[in-house]
Ligand binder design. Sequence first.
Ligand code: FE
Length: 333
Amino acid sequence: MLARKRILAALALAVLGSTAQAADEVVVYSSRIDELIKPVFDAYTAKTGVKVKFITDKEAPLMQRIKAEGENATADLLLTVDAGNLWQAEQMGILQPFTSAVIDANIPAQYRSSTHSWTGLSLRARTIAYSTDRVKPEELTTYEALADKQWEGRLCLRTAKKVYNQSLTATLIETHGAQASEKILKGWVNNLSTDVFSDDIAVLEAINAGQCDVGIVNTYYYGRLHKQNPDLAVRLFWPNQSDRGVHVNLSGIGLTKYAPHPDAAKALVEWMTGPEAQTIFSGTNQEFPANPKVPPSEEVASWGEFKADTIAVEIAGRRQAEAIRMMDRVGWN
Ligand code: FE
């Protein structure tokens, strides 16, 4: 009898335990790798006791998995890069809107979804990189000017298959319209010194090695390579400072449609937009905090200040299909 009572008590405790644990955890599906997200989640757990479980994979399989799980969702949050990807997730119907005065106060509207399905967490500029041996910064002005004759056989680009370039093109179309944008893209493709590269680091290395003189890359890749090789003969240039400004994109997070722990998930996202998390999260990848009240790391600050395009980044998603078709037409592989 006593033994039975003990077993029942143990069972009751186990049930209570699992209920308590279920409420005190958040599950994140992340296309960002462990080392970029774990420090911020660890800090949150240390502070609140809430466990953050995460699975990392490429964004497409993660999004498919959330879609397939449907109402039996295990993920509360989808963490990924590029407004183009977050917009895709929204279109797939795997996110739900969530409003928060804290997030609204911390993150500028241009870096959030207009339907409140996701918010930016960190920013990266997709900007011009140039050879310090063969280019004077005074020769550079705008992204558009890289289509000029002056850069013939001197430009390196990453593949058009990468969402970063699709988003850049989408904002170009939003700014200039289709006809003018296509002309610019044609100019870029005409000016290529060699085949497109599979990643931004390869673009930077090609500039450093003398294969080309200018390219377009995300700032954190420059940060990464520069850290490895302080003698890198490549610098970043901030284009379009007298007009629309530099193209800025983001990493961001969205609440899944059937999140099992929506309140705990929302609390985590709110905290992630605040000063402590912003410093850790942007610092791990040499990005800019999306919260403008939080200063970037010393290394990132050393690249200098710039005017960013004020365009709402979700345009990257809205015009993505159009951008892909245009890139294809001009022969940007
Ligand atoms: Fe990247």
